[in-house]
Write a protein that binds this ligand. Structure first.
Ligand code: HMG
Ligand code: MG
Length: 301
């Protein structure tokens, strides 16, 4: 019988990746209630918002207020997306345990998403990493479009390694590899992890799968077989990058929990509380979320 890892860590990215693409603005009051519910699910890390330019991501324009108002559970690490030093100053004022810097392996997606070339982005992120470290904050580096880019098509693992190596050299603590448009199949995951794990410990790799084509669970299984034990997931399957056309939400926390708990892997997260928090945000958004496990529990599958 295959041996699965005993424990897997999930980072809940619903309040950030989940809401960033939503047309309907969720009020600050509702965000705070919802994040407080998430804080009591047993999840150990929540990416609660983004300190980006609100003109680019209006849905998260209230990041500072949200950060100031949520009730901090001492067992939870609260992180946020930070693109530059302005974002870091705001994030520090709002309160973060960790900063997530981000860039793409694809030149075109990098420009469309953060208005800079890849080479122009390195020094900006280096400054954020250095300053965040001075404040003793953990820094995660996201690399987006690690498999496919909505503009350039297939991305060669060498392009990913170039960005990956530079982020490591600039001091990030760990790296989240983003299947931004949810297009990868397990052989692509294998090809990339074969390269990555030659250079970096598996404990410091996080996989971030969007689920556009329903492949995320298969890709998580493949990652588990490589010994990866950290995943970004989004409650109900909310999410998407507004600068990656056609991208659906992240793999649903609910569905990943069903898989992991079914395999006998511990997460510390309580399924029933995740379902409650999913229903809360689903009602606020007035639309059905894509998670299959949520639909099953609701009796609408
Ligand atoms: P820019 O316009 O090039 O910035 O934006 P700039 O430095 O030239 O400044 C222009 C104006 O923006 C100035 O204001 C700055 O003060 C302001 P003005 O003088 O014109 O009044 N500004 C800011 N305001 C608030 N907060 C800030 C900030 N920075 C500058 N932090 C920038 C560059 C990166 C800010 C912009 O392109 C941006 O906000 N992009 C965000 C895009 C985004 O959030 N995308 C989604 C997240 S990434 C993702 O989803 C992928 C991921 O999930 C992984 C995966 O799935 O692969 C992470
Ligand atoms: Mg994402």
């Amino acid at each position: 019988m295959r041996k699965w890892p005993g424990i897997v860590e999930l980072k809940e990215v619903g309040p950030r990746d989940g809401l960033q693409n939503e047309k309907q603005f969720i009020s600050t009051d509702d965000k705070v209630v919802w994040i407080d519910m998430l804080s009591n699910t047993g999840i150990r890390e929540i990416e609660y918002s983004s300190f980006v330019n609100p003109k680019w991501i209006p849905a998260l324009a209230d990041a500072k207020e949200v950060g100031k108002r949520i009730k901090r559970n001492p067992d939870v690490s609260y992180s946020a997306l930070v693109p530059n030093i302005i974002g870091l100053e705001n994030a520090l004022e709002a309160g973060i345990d960790g900063a997530s810097v981000f860039m793409s392996a694809s030149e075109t997606h990098n420009r469309k998403n953060i208005n800079k070339s890849i080479n122009e982005t390195y020094p900006i992120l280096k400054q954020v990493i250095t300053e965040a470290k001075k404040e003793r904050k953990k820094v995660t580096g996201y690399v987006s479009t690690v498999f496919d880019c909505p503009f350039e098509g297939r991305i060669n693992p060498n392009q990913v390694m170039r960005v990956f190596d530079q982020l490591i050299a600039n001091g990030v603590d760990d790296i989240s590899l983003g299947d931004t448009i949810g297009s990868a199949v397990p052989s692509q995951v294998e090809m990339l992890l074969d390269e990555i794990l030659k250079r970096f410990p598996k404990e410091k790799i996080i996989m971030h799968f969007h689920d556009t084509r329903g492949m995320a669970i298969a890709n998580i299984m493949t990652s588990l077989q490589y010994g990866i034990t950290r995943f970004d997931t989004s409650i109900g399957g909310l999410g998407g990058c507004p600068y990656a056309p056609g991208a659906a939400g992240n793999v649903a926390t609910n569905d990943v929990l069903y898989l992991l708990h079914g395999l006998g892997i511990r997460t510390g997260v309580q399924d029933n509380k995740i379902q409650e928090a999913s229903m809360f945000i689903q009602n606020k958004l007035e639309k059905k979320l894509p998670s299959r496990s949520l639909a099953y529990i609701e009796g609408t599958a």
